[in-house]
Design a protein around this ligand. Sequence first.
Ligand SMILES: [Zn+2]
Length: 140
Amino acid sequence: MCRGNVTAAVRVRREIISRIREEARQTPEQECCGLLAGRDGIITRVLPARNALESATAFEIAPAELFQLMRQIRGEDLEMLGIYHSHPRGENRPSPRDVASAFYSEAAYFIVSPLDDAAHPVRAFLIRDGRFTELQIEIS
Ligand SMILES: [Zn+2]
């Protein structure tokens, strides 16, 4: 099998990036989180969720809420394409906990920094088999 030196990318509407940055800024005391949905591989929809852990260093979407959000996504004839959360204090790359609890190997994991001096306030990663790789974010 031939494998080119291709960087994988995730496509997202510009307003989605603004929305999740704004949400991260508005919740500096805990990680914000939610799902990202769209169709044809382009993220067009943000579905905020409650951080069941109410923590500044971890997040979890409660199973009942996750189920309800998934149903909402299907009801709008969209697909779940990503999951986002913020790192209010730390660097916005996956934490060991993020890697250990990433169950969606096809999803883009967006991590947002609300800090003004963040080099890349929004980054996206694929997380699978205990490893992560950064995705290029293409504004579509
Ligand atoms: Zn995290």
